[in-house]
Design a protein around this ligand. Structure first.
Ligand SMILES: Nc1nc2c(ncn2[C@@H]2O[C@H](COP(=O)(O)OP(=O)(O)OP(=O)(O)O)[C@@H](O)[C@H]2O)c(=O)[nH]1
Ligand SMILES: [Mg+2]
Length: 452
């Protein structure tokens, strides 16, 4: 066992044994509790070669799973020549240490694995800073246990590797380095985030903002690309892939809804069950988009066996990051993969007002566009508006931002019958226009639901 085992946490191309201690009501899939971890491990690039599960009433304080199971795990590692063991649970530093000592292999927990994926995929400066900080915050409390554990190994190392523990002095130096690095990362992040907040604020003033959120792999980026491509003929350019955490930073594009309406649409990082909370805090800037959006399009993969649980996770995360203000519209995605229509009906009944779509085949996207348009307008009204024919700015605005049903010119006065959104009407007033309302018709603001 070498020092590398806890210094080098990347898991690329290593043979891995997956382990889960199943606790009561832990939210994992009862039919295949390790399905999600397998996807995560696969995304990280390691090769899952076997798995071990144990039902637990509560975790063993020393080794999380039972001591006997750890012995079994060691044999499994030998048989498969595995280099790493990955737990679906989050372990304490000392549990990791204890297990590593017995099995003589690197042990990673769920959070470390997710951090490793983020680290490997972070592309932007901000994402890199966030991952580095999150890794330091997660690893830092583990340093002591890690070194103490290595020291012990060095004492009577079973494989006789010349690992020398760093001793107290080295420990103290390491801690100080970590602290300094953390402070520096936090400073840099603060700057990046302040800039981001300014950008988001500026965009929000000029446009109605819509943000795609949802569980990882739900189809957000596919939806983003489909809508942008449909409306502008240009590529949305978001990377979509059948991997968890394909997207690691947000991307925003103008979405032309037709009829003079345009909104800003953002694609965001996916959520996952048991996301380490410090990671959520670190990604708060990325999620700033979600918090400040006018409307959240929640993308749910209804073909996934754990769709309901994923839905609940997304709702919980949104609440926990403080995204409680924006209106939420649920999109039931990947309906093309459902074999029975009845399945969809059941889900629709559970979520009244949701819109069934397929981001891939682009089914149902019109319904989404209509829903957003109505919402972005803040409800529409049919009105007659009288203005001076010299008020070119207001006439231009109405021609472009409202639907003009009829035009009457009399002398210097123009009377336009228009279907106009509340929001546009407010904008018209804010322009200091000469417009006077002369008639008012039905308000078609949606009442009690969407997409039916
Ligand atoms: N059959 C089908 N596949 C879809 C649909 N929408 C997305 N997918 C596939 O699902 C996978 C994940 O799609 P993404 O758009 O990358 O998902 P995401 O929500 O952006 O995922 P992250 O960025 O990882 O959080 C890709 O392989 C897509 O091709 C759909 O409506 N039907
Ligand atoms: Mg994505």
């Amino acid at each position: 066992m070498t020092q590398m085992q806890r210094e080098q946490l990347a898991v690329q191309r290593e043979r891995a044994i997956l382990v889960v201690g199943l606790l009561p009501d832990d939210g994992s899939d009862p039919h295949d509790p390790l399905a999600e971890l397998r996807s995560l491990v696969d995304t990280a690039g390691a090769i899952p070669c076997d798995q071990l599960m144990q039902k637990l009433r509560k975790p063993n304080a020393k080794t999380f799973i039972g001591k006997g199971k750890v012995e079994e795990l060691k044999i499994m590692c030998d048989v498969h020549d595995a280099q790493v063991v990955i737990f679906d649970n989050d372990l304490t530093p000392s549990q990791i240490g204890n297990i590593e000592k017995i099995i003589e292999r690197k042990v990673l927990d769920r959070s470390e694995l997710i951090l490793d994926i983020f680290a490997a995929r972070a592309r932007t400066h901000e994402a890199r800073l966030q991952v580095e900080l999150a890794q330091l915050e997660y690893t830092y409390p583990r340093l002591r246990a890690m070194w103490t554990h290595l020291e012990r190994i060095a004492g009577g190392a079973p494989q006789g590797i010349g690992t020398r523990g760093p001793g107290e002095q080295q420990l103290e130096i390491d801690r100080r380095i970590v602290q300094r690095k953390k402070a520096q990362l936090k400073r840099e992040l603060k700057e990046v985030q302040a800039r981001k907040t300014r950008e988001v604020d500026a965009r929000n003033k000029d446009f109605y903002t819509v943000c795609l959120v949802g569980y990882t792999n739900a189809g957000k980026s596919t939806m983003f690309n489909s809508t942008i491509q449909n409306s502008s003929g240009q590529e949305g350019g978001a990377y979509a892939d059948d991997k968890l955490f394909a997207t690691l930073s947000t991307r925003t594009r103008k979405w032309d809804l037709g009829g003079g309406d345009a909104v800003m649409l953002s694609d965001t990082v996916g959520f996952v069950r048991n996301l380490p909370h410090h990671l959520v805090a670190s990604f708060k800037a990325t999620l700033e988009e979600a918090i400040h959006a006018d409307l959240l399009l929640i993308v749910l993969d209804v073909s996934h066996p754990r769709a309901e649980q994923q839905y609940r996770t997304v709702m919980d995360v949104l609440d926990s990051i403080g995204a409680t203000e924006p209106k939420r519209v649920l999109l039931l995605n990947k309906t093309d993969l459902l074999t029975h229509n009845a399945d969809l009906l059941v889900i629709q009944q559970e979520h009244p007002g949701s819109i069934p779509i397929s981001a891939k085949t682009q089914d149902g996207l019109d319904a989404v566009t209509d829903a957003i348009r109505t919402e972005a307008r803040g409800g529409t009204m049919d009105l007659e508006i009288q203005l001076s024919s010299a008020d070119g700015k207001a006439i231009h605005f109405l021609e472009n931002r409202a639907k003009v049903l009829e035009r009457n010119y009399e002398g210097n006065t123009v009377t336009l019958s228009v279907r106009i959104g509340n929001r546009q009407l407010d904008q018209l007033y804010a322009m200091g226009s000469t417009a006077v309302l002369v008639g008012e018709a039905e308000d078609d603001r949606p009442k009690g639901g969407w997409g039916r």
